[in-house]
Design a protein around this ligand. Structure first.
Ligand SMILES: NC(=O)c1ccc[n+]([C@@H]2O[C@H](COP(=O)([O-])OP(=O)(O)OC[C@H]3O[C@@H](n4cnc5c(N)ncnc54)[C@H](O)[C@@H]3O)[C@@H](O)[C@H]2O)c1
Length: 252
């Protein structure tokens, strides 16, 4: 599906090299946005190529979302090429499994840095552009793991719970000046993140069952991407500070 709802707008999407981030970049471009595709990985160039081949406008920026200078340089690269950004989708993320008391400090720090500090740094860098434009929409990617207790992913769950509150903090602070912030909270999505899952040995699988959708359904990355596009559009003008599950009802 494609529309003209973002015609003339510049969007920045993190995690755009893969999975939900790539699907979001493609979807926003199909809906008329010029898209800054931000990621650490070289495959971000393929996303840009896919957008250009479909007649859209995109540039790539190699950014480590955990690093303040890298974020500033990446936002500058995108806005110099495409104009000030009024849409930001914070999608980049990492997942590490581990039994709580055996999990490493490095894994905990990494997940907080990418999943929570990343959206903080990116939003902090892009909001001044939105203030200048007098409008803006931010969509963060939380997770069902940030909505209820899940076993064997302590750093991930804590980071995604943080994303929920970061989203609400931005939404409330800027609601009078036309900048909205919302989050989508996916359950299982068929991406490289879930394809590479390695559960720790000897875990209690009955604790994992809660996270499994009926009939083991996994959604495609285009499904949360469509929700992100909707939340960033004018049709969602009254939605602010919302955290919307897209999870087959597992958090119902
Ligand atoms: N796949 C799922 O089931 C699922 C469920 C709920 C939430 N999510 C969330 O959705 C988002 C996207 O995940 P995905 O499933 O598409 O995974 P993915 O592994 O396919 O994509 C993640 C992308 O983030 C990028 N990235 C990682 N660290 C980065 C950094 N420091 N700086 C810049 N980019 C970085 C990676 O290079 C990759 O391109 C993540 O925030 C994830 O936590 C995924």
């Amino acid at each position: 599906m494609s529309t003209t709802r973002f015609e003339g707008a510049t969007a920045i999407v993190t995690g755009a090299a893969s999975g939900i981030g790539r699907a979001t970049a493609l979807r926003l471009a199909a809906d008329g946005a010029k898209v800054g595709c931000v990621d650490l990985a070289d495959a971000v160039d393929e996303t840009v190529e896919l957008i250009r081949n479909a007649g859209g406008t995109a540039v790539a920026a190699r950014v480590n979302v955990t690093d303040e200078q890298s974020v500033a340089a990446g936002v500058e690269t995108v806005t110099a090429a495409l104009g000030p950004a009024t849409i930001l989708a914070n999608v980049a993320g990492v997942l590490r499994f581990g039994i709580f008391h055996e999990s490493s400090v490095e894994d905990f720090d990494l997940q907080i840095a990418v999943n929570l500090k990343g959206p903080f740094l990116m939003s902090r860098a892009v909001i001044p552009h939105m203030l200048e434009a007098g409008k803006g929409a931010i969509a963060n990617v939380a997770s069902s793991a940030g909505m209820f207790g899940q076993a064997y992913m302590p750093g991930y769950a804590a980071s995604k719970g943080g994303v929920v509150m970061l989203t609400r903090a931005i939404a409330w602070e800027y609601h009078k000046v036309g900048i909205r912030a919302n989050a989508v909270s996916p359950g299982g999505v068929d991406t490289s993140m879930t394809g590479q899952v390695e559960f720790p040995k000897d875990i209690d699988f009955s604790l994992v069952k809660k996270t499994v959708a009926p009939n083991y359904q996994m959604m495609q990355p285009e499904e949360p991407a469509a929700l992100i596009a909707y939340l960033c559009s004018g049709e969602a003008a009254a939605i602010n500070g919302a955290v919307i599950p897209i999870d087959y009802g597992i958090t119902a």
